[in-house]
Design a protein around this ligand. Structure first.
Ligand SMILES: [Zn+2]
Length: 302
């Protein structure tokens, strides 16, 4: 098990975006035309030869580079495919918002539909901006199974959202989320029973949104995180343990991840001495459960 990497097929966005255009045609939406003349072609609707319907080279390259950075800390190996058959299918639709199904839930999506959408990734640049780095890495985190840090059960007592302020912030342009969407994506904590495992609260996690201080009772904001934090890397390392660290991250051994997370005692010994990635994940989950239970509600925001 340990020595056989799991293969994750990615991309397959072309058919998704093509379907988007086809939906528009299916609906017969011709508003703006005087009347639908036979043989007439709608102004601005014609395809260009070799049009990149599903992401430009720059959008795809920025995504590929950042996503592969995440794989370094895992025993998963990406295989990039172009035919719409990927297990994870990424689209670049600027009208859908950025979002992703979480982990293996990607396999529940309808065939050939996008499992991840990345919005506002510029086609004009080869290097990601800070905002783009956050968007891409954050959605990549969801692909690996991460949920939002600000909704994790280990949210500390000193980080309490002012619901009305959060609703106002996320109801504005940029998100335009409904009250329920805001609760679902921001303020409602996940219950422990829905969590596989959980590290200590990490305000530098890529899974943490940037929040202005005005959104919490305590006046505590969070930064724009544009890289995986050390705790993000450690959590990936223990959930997808490699026998040997990746050549691009030689210090990221299982033992190093254990130290980053502050795991001590018998479970530390079990994790460090294990040669089985499933056992390592299970031991980490056991430690995590102990940690959450030891909080005894003291640090869980309701
Ligand atoms: Zn998210």
């Amino acid at each position: 098990m340990f020595l056989i990497p799991n293969l994750v097929r990615l991309w397959g966005y072309l058919l998704h975006n093509l379907r988007k255009y086809l939906r528009g045609w299916d609906s017969g939406d011709i508003s703006g035309f005087e009347e639908p003349l036979k043989g007439a072609l709608g102004k601005g609707t014609l395809w260009e030869q070799n049009e990149p319907e599903s992401g430009t080279d720059n959008q795809r390259e920025k995504t590929r580079v950042l996503l592969e950075e995440c794989f370094i800390y895992t025993n998963l190996v990406p295989i990039w495919v172009e035919d719409g058959e990927g297990m994870v299918r990424i689209s670049f639709d600027d009208e859908c918002g950025s979002s992703s199904l979480v982990g293996r839930y990607c396999q529940r999506a309808p065939p050939k539909s996008a499992t991840t959408n990345l919005e506002n990734i510029s086609s004009a640049t080869r290097q990601p901006s800070l905002e783009e780095a956050f968007i891409i890495l954050h959605e990549c985190g969801h692909i690996f199974g991460f949920i939002h840090e600000h909704q994790a059960p280990a949210r500390p007592k000193h980080f309490n959202f002012i619901e009305s302020e959060v609703q106002r912030e996320f109801g504005k342009d940029g998100h335009r989320w409904s009250r329920e969407e805001t609760r679902k994506n921001v303020t409602r904590p996940h219950q422990q029973k829905h969590i596989e495992n959980c590290s200590q609260f990490d305000r530098n996690s890529i899974m943490m949104y940037r929040f202005p201080a005005s959104l919490t009772y305590e006046g505590v904001g969070t930064p724009l995180n544009t890289k995986l934090s050390d705790i993000d890397k450690a959590v990936l390392t223990l959930n997808y343990a490699r026998l040997e660290p990746h050549l691009k991250a030689p210090n990221w051994t299982v033992a190093y991840a254990v130290d980053i997370l502050g795991i001590e005692g018998e479970l530390k010994e079990k994790i460090v001495s294990s040669k089985d990635c499933r056992d390592i994940r299970a031991y980490y989950t056991e430690w995590s459960t102990q940690q959450m239970e030891s909080l005894d509600g003291k640090c869980i925001v309701s």
